[in-house]
Design a protein around this ligand. Structure first.
Ligand SMILES: [Zn+2]
Length: 291
């Protein structure tokens, strides 16, 4: 195959006819340009000044306005290159930082917000029977829920009477569970945003889900070093609060305590009773009466 192809000269050897022709043409052009080139340029300038301007603009290199273009070899990483590029177009890191609005107040922590848990309502049996869809119960819990005046509970909705004389209507969704087909449905709150949630948090005068309240968990606020400390504090509190527990459960939790670092919890934001409280049952049975 390579034998039949004679033109082309990329592998050394004698120059082909086409190459000879091309070099001859270029030589002649060069000679002619040396003789008449300056005259042609002058003629272009006189005849067509627009074209002349375009020609000069095309000769100017594109990156001439990048002052730091020569510094790129000195960059250590892609971030450095990005920073330099941003600088070259007039966007500095310092100015960007100044432009970013500061958060006026830190995000509230979920564990600290007053909340209504649907599991509590289910445990207290406050819902009417499944066949009584017209019934509604008035529930006043000044000690349990001091942030609301009263609750009117029916199977469709929960009406929350706030102290500001605002009545918030929270629809309920009954989702099926796997226990006996449709016989043990479980309620969920439907937040304004459309999410079905188990807990609603009281913030800004009404009840919202966690995302609408813009709340975050304490464990997410912790640093990597502090998170095991928080865990250990919660387990310790759980062991002291839970009166009866199987021996094996207690042993399992104690082994988790030993592995956690025994430092003091010094964060001001997290040094709160509700945060260092156990948040669940750690796999032991029974209700959490201290919740
Ligand atoms: Zn929501």
């Amino acid at each position: 195959m390579s034998k039949t192809r004679k033109s082309g000269n990329c592998y050394g050897g004698s120059p082909s006819t086409r190459d000879k022709l091309a070099s001859g043409f270029v030589e002649a052009l060069e000679k002619d340009w040396a003789e008449h080139g300056s005259e042609v340029i002058q003629q272009i300038r006189l005849d067509n000044p627009v074209k002349y301007g375009e020609l000069i603009a095309r000769l100017v290199p594109m990156d001439a306005n990048l002052p730091s273009a020569n510094d790129f070899p000195s960059c250590q990483s892609m971030e450095d290159i990005g920073r330099k590029l941003l600088k070259s177009v007039g966007r500095d890191e310092a100015t960007e930082r100044a432009k970013r609005p500061k958060r006026s107040s830190p995000r509230p922590i979920v564990e600290q917000l007053p909340r209504i848990d649907i599991a509590d309502l289910c445990r207290w049996n406050v819902f009417p029977n499944q066949c009584d869809w017209h019934k509604a119960h008035l529930l006043e819990l000044p000690f349990r829920y001091p942030f609301v005046k009263s609750l009117v509970i029916s199977l469709q909705t929960i009406e929350v009477n706030h102290y500001s004389d605002y009545t918030q209507c929270i629809p309920l969704r009954w989702c099926r569970t796997g226990f006996g087909g449709n016989y043990r449905p479980r309620p969920l709150f439907i937040c304004n945003c459309g999410r079905s949630v188990r807990r609603l948090y009281f913030k800004g005068g009404n009840l919202n889900c966690r995302r609408c309240a813009n709340a975050t968990y304490a464990s997410r606020v912790c640093s990597k070093r502090l998170r095991p400390v928080l865990q250990a504090k919660r387990i310790q509190a759980f062991l002291s609060l839970k009166s009866y527990m199987r021996k094996s459960n207690r042993q399992r939790l104690k082994t988790r305590l030993v592995t956690a670092p025994r430092q003091d919890f010094t964060s001001k934001r997290l040094n709160h009773y509700a945060i260092q409280h156990p948040q669940h049952n750690y796999g032991t049975r029974g209700a959490m009466h201290w919740r």
